[in-house]
Design a protein. Structure first.
Length: 148
């Protein structure tokens, strides 16, 4: 196990990164709201369209909830971790919670983060399937340089 002072530094770095990723998520959601996604390829079956929609909504919901639970955990330490990577103060989302509630929030954050990682992996595999097996332009549309 990592020694305690280094562990706290790792938590501080992790929470600071999480705050900044949360801001990027909000910006991404605004971008997505202002710039609708292109229509799916015509060769996509109905079940593939539904799976894509569920996966995208799931990705955004999980990113949002993982960020919020992480923020909650970071602000319930004895010394709250309330600075992002740029040193900007982040207000605490929660203040005092009892030990069992904090543990439940922390475990939820961890489990949801693993679920998010699994959904991201499935998303990558699906994008590669579209590119390699189906030979359509789904992966190319995801890349910034290939956008119209």
């Amino acid at each position: 196990m990592t020694p305690r002072p280094e562990r706290l530094a790792n938590y501080a770095w992790h929470s600071a990164l999480g705050y900044d990723l949360f801001v990027l998520l909000i910006l991404r959601l605004l971008w997505r709201w202002l710039n609708p996604v292109p229509e799916p390829p015509v060769d996509l079956q109905r079940c593939e369209q539904i799976a894509a929609r569920v996966a995208h909504v799931g990705l955004y919901v999980l990113m949002f909830v993982v960020s919020l639970t992480g923020w909650m955990v970071a602000t319930t330490f004895r010394v709250p971790m309330t600075k992002d990577l740029l040193g900007i103060d982040v207000p605490p989302l929660v203040t005092a919670v009892d030990r069992s509630a904090r543990q439940w929030i922390e475990e939820s954050h961890m489990v949801l983060a693993y679920v998010l990682a699994a959904v991201v992996l499935i998303h990558i595999v699906a994008a590669l399937r579209h590119h390699i097996v189906k030979r359509n332009d789904v992966l190319r549309r995801m890349l910034w340089s290939a956008r119209p």
